[in-house]
Design a protein around this ligand. Structure first.
Ligand code: 8YV
Length: 328
């Protein structure tokens, strides 16, 4: 029997390609030039399976043009690149990579918070530029992390990981806002208290965004929300571009409406709003929160294992729309 055809849309670990080749006729993209929408459609025609990343959009147009497609495994926990309703309607199974990246991403959220609050990259640029001529009492004085109030918007697995790091490691008071409140046992484990969004904005010394992107969360943080924050506060976004209004944030940073921001994700990335590139009080990283070698391997293997489980046993390890399995 011939093997089903699989497109791996971006470069990936060779060991994962070898594993998939046992079950699929694989087309790779090891040169790693991202496909345009039209190229992705061309590549997916005649394929039964796809291994995608956050930049590969699978929507009604793609599905209509690629009727052989049965399963898409996203190598990401976020899946706003998938039109899940359209995939379910077309009977295409979608999977993501939860859990395996939780702790690594929470580590990074904390690293970005610390770099931002303590002005680490700003001071390094100063040193590298040869400007360090003398010590002075307020040189790169930032804000404290220990004992401060940590605010978390979006309290899923990663948000809870950040809460635990803050409460247990740094003695922070943790407050959060989420669509649904955690149960009492989870709140106790994270030492976190539920507050309204307005209270969160007003009280946090460090506000970390970890909510999924959807039309409902678009520009959850804009000029109005930034105006409610403390002028000494920092804002950290490791969630998705589009959750923050980047133009409004750049203005708030320039006006010192808030003290600083740490951003791993951007509206329209990999482009970055020009104003964010010129304000000094922002730490910028290129969407690397899950980028430890062991975690990226775990994500790639989980995506591959979802594809294999689907074709071998008509099941998936981490399905997003299990209804599509029943419809197969
Ligand atoms: C990915 C992410 O690196 O998992 C997610 O949702 O944002 C990152 O871990 C990125 O989406 C590429 O797929």
């Amino acid at each position: 029997m011939s093997k089903p055809k699989l497109l791996i849309a971006r470069a990936i670990f060779p060991e994962v390609i070898q594993k998939l080749e046992q079950y699929f006729e694989v087309e790779t993209n090891q040169p790693d030039e991202p496909f345009s929408g039209t190229q992705l459609i061309q590549k997916l025609q005649g394929k039964s399976a796809a291994l995608t990343t956050g930049g590969d959009r699978i929507d009604a147009e793609v599905l209509a043009a690629c009727s052989s497609l049965k399963v898409c495994a996203n190598m990401a926990v976020g899946y706003n690149n998938f039109d899940l309703d359209a995939m379910t309607a077309a009977g295409v199974l979608a999977t993501n990579t939860p859990d395996v990246l939780t702790e690594t991403t929470a580590d990074f959220g904390f690293a970005l918070l610390m770099a931002t609050a303590r002005r680490i990259t700003e001071s390094e640029h100063f040193l590298r530029a040869g400007k360090w001529g003398k010590w002075s009492f307020d040189m790169f004085a930032g804000s404290d992390i220990h004992g401060s109030t940590l605010g978390i918007l979006g309290m899923g697995r990663i948000g809870q990981g950040i809460a635990k790091r803050g409460a247990l490691g740094f003695g922070m008071k943790v407050i959060y806002h989420n669509r649904s409140r955690l149960d009492a046992a989870q709140e106790a484990e994270c030492k976190a208290s539920y507050v309204s969004k307005e209270e969160l904005l007003r009280s946090a010394d460090h506000l970390v965004l970890v909510l999924p992107y959807s039309p409902a969360s678009h520009h959850s943080i804009g000029a109005t929300e930034l105006a409610l924050m403390k002028p000494t506060a920092t804002l950290i976004n490791i969630a998705r571009g589009g959750i923050v209004d980047d133009a409004a944030l750049a203005q708030a940073l320039r006006d010192r409406r808030i003290a600083a921001a740490g951003l791993d994700v951007f509206e329209g990335e990999p482009r970055v709003h020009a104003d964010l590139l010129t304000v000094p009080n922002v730490v910028l990283t290129p969407h690397i929160a899950s980028a430890s070698v062991p975690t990226r391997k775990a994500m790639a293997h989980l995506a591959a294992d979802n594809l294999i489980a689907f074709f071998k046993d008509n099941k998936a390890l981490t399905p997003l729309n299990p209804a599509a399995l029943a419809a197969k």
